[in-house]
Design a protein around this ligand. Structure first.
Ligand SMILES: *[C@@H]1O[C@H](CO)[C@@H](O)[C@H](O)[C@H]1NC(C)=O
Ligand SMILES: *[C@@H]1O[C@H](CO)[C@@H](O)[C@H](O)[C@H]1NC(C)=O
Length: 432
């Protein structure tokens, strides 16, 4: 009896022991295999030139296995073409935050005016030198110049920009540059019900206002194809549809993403996906636009005739906008339905964080954002809020400059500027 009991006890413990060993073995194999697989994946994706000694990406969605959180390496080389009056300062702010977060080397202007170089490409002395002569990114104002950019930046650089609906852009430019007085040669005061945009659009060809510099051949026109201009299009090509077609095809080829201000959130979610960034990198301050100043014709909608006149005068910008609006929606369509789930989440999160940061407790209290299908847990502290809410590009330049070789802040001008020392080449002179 006693012996039997002992045997039974032994048998039982043997059974439990065996079970434990086999469970452990299974766990180990599964874990080991998935680890190997992850290593293989990261080897495949980081073995090429695209990772250039960049910080390894901790994919927070790793064990969620959701296709929306791709196992990919974040793209850390990018050039943002910052077009005036298209919401581009908001994008610059988030790109600056990304660059700080990832410790990237950004080509920062030596001048404190925050334009890198315009309307020609930067020349040595206009930007702080990097320690190894290489740069990851441009986020300050300069025109797209493929030749120059390809010699200075890695071939895997992502080109990004943002466009605005042309009529809305015209109003903003008119207001910002005080064009009522300059273009129409009259004071901002409106006569009767007419505003300066209406006056201008009655006969835009009679109100040409071409600017240039004394020492260089680049001319520009703020009311005409001014968005295309920053993407490298010349004023002289305004009527050349062949050139315009080629221009669009080249941009489609060269640019990773052309965002659209009117679909800003969609554009940013797409940016996150195409660049393989995290949700925290595409946040912006939702309260920001509300504080912008208003002006009498801000909400003016054009008559059919005014729209037609504008379209004729500003033809390349309209083509550009329509082309890349379509292109944006094609890209979104190929992302599949998970895109819209992400978009919904992003909008909520953006609101929540903007509200938190606008509140009086933002400095003291840290908001913890739990992980989701698209991001790891992250913390929104006072510093995060300060960076998110700053309206000045130069506020975040200090952190970017710290990575560069120290040199004095100065205004160095390239071939064309001094900036703003342009001359009026043509004003009301069409038909002469
Ligand atoms: C574009 O870059 C090339 C090569 O650096 C330069 O020769 C040319 O002048 C640049 N164009 C403009 C408009 O800055
Ligand atoms: C945003 O805040 C609301 C209200 O507190 C909450 O219900 C919602 O889950 C939050 N959404 C996100 C994405 O943070």
């Amino acid at each position: 009896m006693f012996l039997l009991r002992v045997q039974r006890r032994r048998l039982r413990s043997f059974f439990w022991g065996a079970l434990l060993v086999s469970v452990m073995a299974t766990i180990y194999t599964v874990f080991y295999r998935s680890q190997r697989k992850l290593e293989e994946i990261s080897k495949q994706t980081s073995g090429d030139s695209y990772s250039r000694a960049l910080p390894r990406y901790e994919s927070p969605g790793r064990n969620l296995g959701v296709e929306t959180f791709r196992q990919c390496n974040p793209r850390n080389n990018f050039i943002f073409i910052k077009i005036q009056k298209t919401g581009s300062s908001t994008v610059t702010n988030l790109l600056q935050r990304y660059a700080i977060d990832r410790d990237l080397t950004v080509m920062v202007p030596t001048c404190t005016m925050c334009a890198l170089s315009w309307p020609t490409s930067p020349e040595p002395g206009m930007y702080h030198e990097s320690k190894n002569g290489e740069y990851n990114a441009i986020v300050h104002h300069t025109r797209y110049n493929k030749t120059w950019m390809e010699t200075m930046f890695s071939p895997d650089t992502a080109y990004i920009t943002v466009l605005r609906e042309p009529f809305s852009h015209l109003k903003s430019v008119f207001h910002y540059y005080h064009l009522a007085g300059k273009v129409l040669q009259r004071k901002l005061k409106t006569s009767g019900d007419e505003n300066c945009i209406q006056r201008f659009l009655k006969s835009p060809f009679e109100h040409r206002y071409v600017l240039g510099y004394k020492h260089c051949e680049v001319t520009f026109e703020r009311t005409r194809n001014f968005q295309a201009f920053d993407l490298g299009y010349k004023v002289e090509w305004a009527e050349d549809t062949g050139k315009a077609e080629q221009f669009l095809a080249d941009l489609e080829q060269d640019f990773t993403l052309v965002m659209i201000l009117e679909h800003f959130d969609e554009s940013l979610v797409l940016l996150r996906r195409l660049m393989c960034w995290e949700m925290k990198h595409i946040l912006y301050d939702k309260n920001r636009p509300k504080k912008e100043e208003t002006y009498p014709y801000k909400y003016y909608q054009p008559s059919l005739e005014e729209r037609a006149n504008h379209k004729e005068f500003n033809n390349v910008d309209y083509r550009l906008y329509e082309y890349f609006d379509r292109s944006l929606w094609n890209k979104i369509a190929s992302e599949g339905p998970s895109f819209f789930a992400e978009l919904e989440y992003y909008k909520q999160l953006n609101n929540n964080i903007s509200n938190h940061c606008a509140g009086s407790r933002a400095k003291k209290e840290t908001m913890i954002v739990p992980s989701s299908r698209w991001n790891a847990e992250f913390h929104v502290n006072g510093e995060f809020c300060y960076r998110l809410r700053t309206k000045r590009t130069k506020s975040l330049d200090g952190a970017l400059r710290a990575r560069l070789i120290k040199s004095e802040r100065k205004h160095v001008f390239g071939r064309c500027p001094p900036r703003d020392q342009y001359v009026v080449l043509k004003s009301k002179s069409v038909g002469n």
